[in-house]
Design a protein around this ligand. Structure first.
Ligand SMILES: Nc1ncnc2c1ncn2[C@@H]1O[C@H](COP(=O)(O)OP(=O)(O)OP(=O)(O)O)[C@@H](O)[C@H]1O
Ligand SMILES: [Mg+2]
Length: 358
């Protein structure tokens, strides 16, 4: 019963006349780490609140391990929650905070003490059990919140931007800690984040939200390399978009002809027919830059002129004006550097492009 541990079936949420989650289907397997990523107001928190039981479902069903839970009270859902605004109790010691979910469940005193110690050790805070939350750093407090969410060994852990308030270094440390806990304890985690790098690093799958609907739910690699539509292509990472017409199809390779006459071979979504409009999504780091006319045979090429070069530490961001419009490339400084005004040829392989519907 590992598949479909959690199922959202045509789930809709209305606040008055405003629909904030619409007909949403999502299946999550036991032990999976799924991130919800999307613009502000797209319904991520609302979905988590419905799953946790803090919000009602307007239509559709939420199923947990084969049981419909729409009307199940929160405390019977057995979920650990770490919400950004779900603060620690300031007047209680760290140990008392972590014990809270066990006290609520009437767990025996000796067992509580043992479990609290174990949960605090897990987040490496066992030595601070007697302090008050105010005597801890922000990152330590987040770890206590994590221990509190895990102490009763929930089936599912829901996290809503749990690392949002932390600085970059601590955030990256906590990302690793959470990943590690996920693997060690086999937890099923649903994790809301604004940060696409965080989603790409941590998740088994990413559900990309927009306007209360999932645009695509797939592995980080799939979402990045093979976006399902324009929204996903533009929302995750940076991309160049070139619009044209599909002029030939051979196996998984499409030929896209641009209005100016240039044509490119590229992989793309299935389902295109010759004559369809197509939009080529080309990631900046998949483009190579050569002196004009010197691109190797067998790659797509496009002539242009370098108009700007931005130093970004580990790479250079190069802006190139071409007949097909402005193209952004990211290049490795070890390989080449380009002056403004340089006449260049851009090159990319068919498998590095991705054609979607305009
Ligand atoms: N209690 C409420 N009453 C009315 N509208 C609400 C309520 N809670 C949320 N909304 C609206 O529902 C929509 C989705 O909100 P939600 O909090 O789920 O978005 P989100 O994706 O979590 O955004 P963010 O990334 O900013 O946290 C928003 O337009 C929001 O204004
Ligand atoms: Mg939110």
């Amino acid at each position: 019963m590992s598949e479909n541990f959690i199922r959202f079936q045509k789930v809709t949420k209305d606040y008055g006349t405003v629909r904030v989650v619409e007909d949403l289907d999502l299946d999550i397997a036991r032990g999976e780490f799924v991130s919800l990523l999307g613009p502000s107001g797209s319904g991520k928190t609302t979905l988590l609140m419905m799953l946790a039981g803090f919000e009602t479902v307007s239509a559709g069903a939420i199923v947990l391990d084969g049981q419909k839970i729409n009307d199940l009270p929160t405390y019977k859902r057995d979920m650990g929650v770490v919400f950004q605004n779900y603060a620690l109790f300031p007047h209680m010691s760290i140990a008392k905070n972590v014990a809270f979910p066990l006290d609520m469940r009437g767990t025996a005193r000796a067992e509580t003490a043992e479990r609290v110690q174990k949960a605090l050790d897990m987040v490496q805070l066992g030595h601070l059990a007697d302090r008050l939350p105010g005597q801890l750093s922000g990152g330590q407090q987040q770890r206590v919140a994590l221990a509190r969410a895990l102490v009763f060994e929930p089936r599912v852990v829901l996290m809503d931007e749990p690392l949002g308030a932390l600085d970059k270094q601590l955030r990256e440390q906590m990302q690793l800690d959470i990943r590690d806990l996920h693997h060690r304890l086999g937890l099923t985690i649903i994790f809301v984040t604004h940060d696409q790098d965080e989603a790409l690093t941590m998740s088994d799958r990413i559900a990309v939200f927009n306007h209360g609907q999932i645009q695509q739910c797939a592995s980080p690699r799939e979402v990045y390399d093979h976006p399902a539509n324009r929204f996903v292509a533009e929302f995750i990472g940076e991309t160049n978009l070139l619009e044209g017409t599909v002029s030939a199809i051979s196996g998984e390779t499409l030929t896209l002809t641009l209005p100016g006459g240039a044509s490119f071979q590229s992989h793309g979504l299935p389902g295109f027919s010759t004559g369809d409009k197509g939009l080529l999504s080309l990631r900046p780091e998949r483009i190579d830059i050569y002196p004009q006319g010197e691109a190797p045979a067998g790659v797509n090429t496009l002539a242009g002129e370098v108009t700007d070069t931005v130093y970004q530490g580990d790479h250079l961001r190069v802006v190139i004006e071409t007949a097909a419009g402005r193209i952004i490339a990211r290049i490795n400084r070890k390989v080449s550097e380009w002056e403004n005004g340089a006449k260049v040829s851009l090159g990319f392989r068919a498998q590095d492009g991705w054609v979607i519907a305009p």
